[in-house]
Design a protein around this ligand. Structure first.
Ligand code: SF4
Length: 72
């Protein structure tokens, strides 16, 4: 899981920070959420999955890392 916040979709509601405070925080001055640490381990991944489920706007996503680009 690689978390990303889409700033265009985030409505600054704060639900994701409540669900996964070790991985997400709200930027100051109503700037929306940001990822402070990618989830490590089962507990953090479960919290972040829950945070994505709670996100009302679809602004919190699990992206695919770009690591495969250089695999050839
Ligand atoms: S739950 Fe979604 S809309 Fe709310 S602050 Fe987090 S990313 Fe933004």
């Amino acid at each position: 899981m690689y978390l990303e916040v889409d700033e265009d979709l985030c409505t600054d509601c704060g639900l994701c920070e409540e669900r996964a405070p070790e991985n997400l925080e709200m930027k100051p001055d109503s700037g929306g959420a940001r990822v402070i640490k990618q989830p490590i381990g089962e507990s953090e991944r479960a919290n972040c999955t829950e945070a994505m489920d709670y996100c009302p706007s679809g602004g919190l996503k699990a992206a695919t890392p770009k690591a495969e680009e250089s695999a050839a």
